[in-house]
Ligand binder design. Structure first.
Ligand code: ZN
Length: 285
């Protein structure tokens, strides 16, 4: 499982916390070519990734930010030099509004949208395995949480993001897409939460099962979201531990900067997400 134990030498490639980035986003700083032809985009509050292939204009998009990130998503494509019409597919890590915000828009352009079969109900919004501001209760008044909640609402976090046409992931579709990605079902954060692995370039897009920063978090580096943000919180650490650690050196999380992990990551290097107001004031976070 955690076989690439080693002293943790995580290289955090962007200094900004996602919360700080909410105030000033520009495409030059937000887009990183993390491996040849693989682009990570750190959105104002959630991330997306673009996998290109040599000698072809086609690309695969993974996740799409909040609805309010539409122009930023399109700006990131322009910056990278790819055209929306060449988007071969949108792959969804999970059906939360900060990851599928432009999915219905992309589907309307004729771009197929795929998610794990256990996640289809979330993407269609038939179920909602997602925390609401109401669920946060008084915790919503904590300054970081309040700033994040206001941003989430402004970015369209409450708008209808359902994608009725979402299709279940299947092996033959995946291998034909740029990146030749394989799906790694993790569960935990949501029932059908899925990571995507590019084995040739050693890149894993891990969604929200493991993050490296968040507007609500006081710390940077590998960490779990606080428990209320997961549908099955008790299983999230095991889901993170079960990622295919042997097969990647580059981790692209759903929140926070990308991580270069040439020597792997020790389990004890992952913070718990147990910080105020989600845990005790002296929590382990
Ligand atoms: Zn999520």
């Amino acid at each position: 499982m955690w076989s690439r134990f080693a002293s943790m030498r995580t290289l955090v490639n962007m200094e900004c916390m996602q919360g700080e980035q909410m105030r000033a986003w520009n495409v030059q700083d937000a887009v990183s070519e993390v491996r040849p032809g693989v682009f990570f985009v750190q959105g104002p509050a959630s991330n997306w990734a673009i996998f290109t292939e040599a000698a072809s204009p086609r690309f695969t998009l993974i996740d799409s930010g909040y609805p309010g990130d539409r122009e930023l998503l399109l700006a990131s494509m322009e910056h990278i030099g790819v055209k929306l019409a060449d988007c071969a597919a949108l792959l969804v890590t999970h059906g939360h509004s900060d990851h599928i915000g432009s999915a219905a828009f992309l589907a309307a352009q004729g771009i197929p949208v795929y998610a794990h079969e256990l996640e289809l109900a979330n993407v269609r919004r038939e179920v909602m395995e997602q925390i609401t501001v109401k669920d946060l209760g008084l915790r919503a008044l904590a300054p970081r949480v309040l700033a994040w909640a206001i941003h989430a609402i402004r970015a369209g976090g409450l708008s209808d993001v359902a994608v009725p046409s979402v299709q279940p992931l299947n092996e033959s579709a995946l291998v034909s897409l740029p990146g030749e990605l394989s799906a790694v079902h993790t569960g935990g954060h949501t029932t059908g939460h899925t990571a995507y692995l590019d084995p040739k370039r050693g890149v894993l897009v891990c969604g929200d099962v493991l993050i490296s920063g968040h507007a609500i978090s006081p710390v940077r580096g590998p960490q779990l979201l606080p428990e209320p943000f997961h549908f099955a919180a008790a299983t999230v650490f095991a889901a993170a531990a079960g990622l295919p650690w042997e097969d990647f050196t580059c981790l692209l999380p759903g929140h926070g900067p990308w991580l270069d992990l040439p020597e792997g990551l020790a389990a004890e290097g992952i913070r718990s997400g147990d910080y105020w107001p989600f845990g005790t004031p002296s929590g382990r976070g």
